[in-house]
Write a protein that binds this ligand. Sequence first.
Ligand SMILES: [Fe+2]
Ligand SMILES: [Fe+2]
Length: 161
Amino acid sequence: MNTETREHLLTAMHGEAFAYAKYMLFAEHARSHGQSKVADLFEQTAKIELLEHFAEEAELYGLLGDVEANVRDAIAGEAYEVETMYRLFSEQAAAAGDQAAADRFAEIRGDEADHRREFEDAVRNLGPTRVDPSKTATTPSREGSFVVKSIQRFSDKDGCI
Ligand SMILES: [Fe+2]
Ligand SMILES: [Fe+2]
């Protein structure tokens, strides 16, 4: 795949994942303010962002590896957050006088270190992988794809597609 196309897929996935998280937060807020109709709209839209847009882009990008590769990918992501991102963000915020943000970044950094440790334990304790063809997320046929199965689950549960 063209390098720029691949970069665009990754950028788009970040956007869709953020939209999902934001809409779920907006939905909770709307519900707590007695606006259940708009809360439902936020939730339904959020699910499309995740289960269709993100998932379809992830499939094109080849985000999923085998189970061990996915756990190792998670370790690398958590390690980046611990060693680089949250460490630098916390230092910058403290230097700029934004103490609440500095403290929050530092506290979250601690959580990410726990996540890294848990994934490191998981990779050491991985048993043999059994593949159930009816549940695999990477089957090449459209009917068996992660996207279609996710949408089917969504549709079965909520009846809104
Ligand atoms: Fe979207
Ligand atoms: Fe994490």
